[in-house]
Design a protein around this ligand. Structure first.
Ligand code: GTP
Length: 468
């Protein structure tokens, strides 16, 4: 059952038709027929009045007589099409004049249809229905296009329409913002120029071709100021063969920066701020592979603070922490080359990795490190072996062969460090296994004689020993 409200709504939705004719009898006939068809009708007997009503009520259709006194139908139509408020309203001309020229002029002015007089009412009704259907379709399309435009304009993601050649046909405001361009300034530019490392081949942008339809990829895109930004780029072909692609851009620079910071933090020891064990393990593996390729020797120092439990017991855990930080900085100072790495391996144990360093050089470095810690003269009052904080140091050097593993290098240096502990602490012990490869020119572990210049000048019993 229809309520007053729904009846009112139905009334509101009735298409409104403006009938313009300076002959009152024509107006009356047309009006009553269109009313019977269920339309709302408005009438005007002059062009001026028609323009006034059209602007006020915005009808869905105008039936317009061509020949009228004063402003004729052609001029009325021209003015209607020139006014933004009435430009989209379809106009059907009615005229007894059927000359081709009139018909053409009418269509050129933007008329939707042309009906000859005398009017046959069935034909009029059919043409009115057809125009109202078209109008309704085009209004729906316009509404959809407006909605789509609003969505694209308010998107946070950048959206581009790109040709196979890389030429940008459209960029939404987010895209302009991402890349620092003024509105529309991206149109006509090439995506190739913006994508870092992208090339043009045979007039086609390799970035577009490689990325098209391949899901999301992380790319570096050049901002207008020249700076490269990390972005996720998703490229999708618009249709199978019209050569257009929709590119979606999502700026992940901030995300990347915090990810990089997190990654860096994950590789640092929180107490001493030098590399942690995870970083060391990865670095050892990388340098091991490099040494395998280059045939260069790789040296490792494993170092453990002596009687550190007694240090903590005597001075407190906070002082112990501060002490570990000082030792770490001292070691860091001895990892001089960009390829050297000092790391805290765990607790009071540290490691130093020296790529392209033969056994004699590593032994000298180990002794320098040992002496540097002793020279800090950090009192360790309860230590039975020295009044100061000291370290025991193990050294191993290898020219890796295909059958060796990096764990072996660590085990050898670690064993040497335990030998230094067993030998009285505050010493450097060198792990050796194969006297014939002493200087690291052939695969295998190095074994040294006394390393020149490696003796401690400390007043304490520091020595370089050899462990086989
Ligand atoms: N303050 C502090 N102490 C630590 C930390 N990590 C490990 N330790 C302490 O280091 C001490 C190591 O003791 P042990 O393994 O017995 O070795 P040590 O006393 O150094 O004796 P040797 O190695 O035989 O010379 C333990 O008491 C740990 O609690 C740390 O981050 N901060």
């Amino acid at each position: 059952m229809s309520t007053p409200a729904t009846a009112l709504l139905a009334e509101v939705r009735k298409p409104a038709i403006l009938i313009v004719d300076d002959a009152a009898e024509h107006l009356g006939v047309l009006r009553s027929i269109l009313l019977q068809q269920g339309y709302q009708t408005f009438v005007a007997t002059s062009g001026e009045r028609a323009l006034e009503i059209a602007q006020r009520i915005q009808p869905d259709l105008v039936l317009l007589d061509v020949v009228m006194a004063g402003m004729d139908g052609l001029e009325t139509c021209r003015r209607m099409k020139a006014h933004p408020a009435t430009a989209r309203i379809p106009v059907i001309f009615m005229s007894a004049r059927g000359e081709t020229e009139d018909v053409v002029t009418g269509f050129d002015l933007g008329a939707a249809d042309y009906i000859r007089k005398p009017l046959r009412m069935e034909e009029v009704c059919a043409r009115v229905r057809a125009q109202l259907r078209l109008r309704s379709n085009s209004e729906t399309q316009k509404a959809q296009a407006d909605r789509l435009r609003m969505i694209v304009n308010s998107m946070d993601q950048g959206l581009l329409i790109v040709e196979r050649s890389g030429r940008i046909q459209y960029a939404n405001p987010a895209c302009d913002r991402y890349l620092g361009f003024a509105p529309d300034a991206l149109v006509g530019r090439s995506l190739c120029d913006l994508l870092d490392g992208c090339t043009l081949r045979g007039g086609e942008c390799m970035g577009v071709l490689e990325l098209g339809g391949n899901g999301t990829r992380e790319v570096m895109i050049r901002h207008r100021d020249g700076e490269l930004h990390a972005m996720d780029l998703t490229m999708t072909p618009m249709h199978a063969d019209d050569g257009l692609f929709v590119a979606l851009l999502h700026d992940i620079t901030h995300h990347k920066r915090s990810e990089d910071a997190l990654q860096r933090a994950a590789l640092l020891d929180p107490l001493t701020k030098i590399a942690n064990r995870r970083r060391f393990d990865a670095f050892l593996e990388q340098e091991w592979q490099r040494a395998l390729r280059t045939g260069q020797p790789l040296s490792l120092i494993v170092l453990d603070v002596d009687h550190f439990k007694l240090y903590n017991d005597a001075l407190g855990h906070a002082a112990g922490d501060a002490c570990l930080r000082t030792v770490a900085q001292t070691l860091q100072g001895h990892a001089a080359r960009p390829t050297d790495l000092a790391a805290r391996y765990g607790g009071e144990e540290f490691v130093l990795l020296f790529p392209e360093t033969p056994a004699d050089g590593a032994a000298r470095l180990a002794e320098l490190v040992r002496a540097a810690v002793e020279d800090l003269q950090l009192p360790n009052p309860h230590s039975p072996t020295a009044p100061w904080l000291t370290v025991s140091v193990g050294v191993a050097t290898i020219v890796p062969g295909p059958l060796d593993g990096s764990a072996q290098l660590f085990e050898c240096a670690d064993r040497a460090m335990y030998a230094a502990k067993a030998g009285g602490r505050n010493r450097v012990e060198i792990q050796g296994a194969a006297p014939d490869v002493a200087q690291g020119s052939e695969p295998g572990f190095a074994c040294l004689g006394s390393a020149p210049g490696a003796q401690s000048n400390s007043s304490h019993a520091a020595e370089i020993c050899h462990c086989t």
